[in-house]
Write a protein that binds this ligand. Structure first.
Ligand SMILES: [Fe+2]
Length: 307
């Protein structure tokens, strides 16, 4: 932990607007630093902590430093399978994650229990089944003003088998795509690049259709990504460049990039991130609660503070 301060100093936000396609100099400087500071393996992203509700200054700094490098950190805590939503709530608060998003499946307090649900409307949504979920960022169907910038997953119990997540820093996806062809990035920055059709059940409109860019720059210059690899219920802008860009992005995500990490969260472990790209493998639950997958998920309009 001795060099965390040094790592943080090295990763102060670069000047200029690296994600602006018209600012090539800023991009070149940012790109070099980004590649230099890339995690080499999942281990580089793991931080051992005691209680997520009460981080020590060193634990908080270690989590923040990893989010500065890779927009994500995986923590391994000592709270075991304690099932209280204070854990993600308090953890988030200490990291500047406070403005919670609520969604169709969220429990009343804005934290969602991700588990297999057989009854009710939630059972028809893939997150509440044991099926695999394609690459995506969270909340891609949210309205433009309510995009998700921060995400916490906290594991109470893993499945008996499977249920791991692939993780990729969305800034690395941007970098690889821009290196291959900046025009592909431009296509995916179009305001109508990706449309999610309305969600209507039995004639009742639950959510209107949402159009927006894949890559966008937040007002503070940070990169935001809104994406799903699913094929159904997504309408891509109908032109050749967009199709090529999407195919290129899919090739990156399905390829063997060293920027893709895989983790299966265990009891008491979790992910803190700036809504990076992720997927979920299918899984099989066991017969008892200890091998029945249960994760808490909190989505935020905020990024991790200081990143
Ligand atoms: Fe997700």
């Amino acid at each position: 932990m001795h060099n965390e301060t040094q790592v943080m100093a090295n990763l102060a936000p670069p000047p200029g607007r690296p994600f602006d396609l018209d600012d090539g100099d800023s991009y070149a400087r940012w790109r070099e630093r980004k590649l230099q500071s890339q995690p080499q393996s999942l281990e580089d992203l793991i931080v051992e902590i005691g209680d997520p509700r009460r981080l020590t200054p060193a634990e908080r700094e270690a989590l923040t430093a990893r989010c500065q490098r890779a927009n994500m950190a995986v923590y391994a805590s000592r709270v075991g399978n304690e099932a209280t939503k204070d854990i993600p709530l308090e953890l988030g608060r200490q990291l500047g994650l406070v403005r919670l998003d609520s969604n169709l499946g969220a429990d009343d307090d804005g934290i969602t229990s991700l588990q297999v649900v057989r009854e009710g409307s939630r059972g028809s949504y893939i997150p509440y089944t044991n099926r695999p979920i394609h690459w995506h960022t969270d909340g891609y169907y949210n309205e433009p003003a309510a995009q998700i910038h921060g995400l916490i997953l906290h594991c109470i119990h893993p499945a008996a088998e499977g249920g791991g997540n692939a993780l990729m820093d969305h800034e690395m996806a941007y970098l690889l795509l821009r290196d291959a062809d900046p025009e592909h990035v431009r296509a995916l920055m179009a305001a109508d690049a990706m449309t999610i059709p309305a969600n209507a059940v039995e004639g009742q409109m639950l959510r209107p259709s949402r159009s927006g860019p894949v890559f966008s720059m937040a007002r503070d210059g940070h990169l935001h990504m809104r994406y799903t690899k699913r094929l159904r219920n997504v309408i891509w802008r109908d032109d050749a460049l967009t199709r090529e860009a999407v195919a290129n992005l899919v090739a990156i995500l399905d390829g063997d990039s060293s920027a893709i990490f895989r983790a299966t969260l265990q009891v008491g472990q979790g992910l803190v991130c700036n809504n990076v790209l992720h997927d979920r493998a299918g899984f099989r639950n066991g017969a008892d609660p200890k091998s029945t997958r249960l994760l808490y998920r909190a989505r935020y309009y905020d990024r991790v503070a200081g990143t």
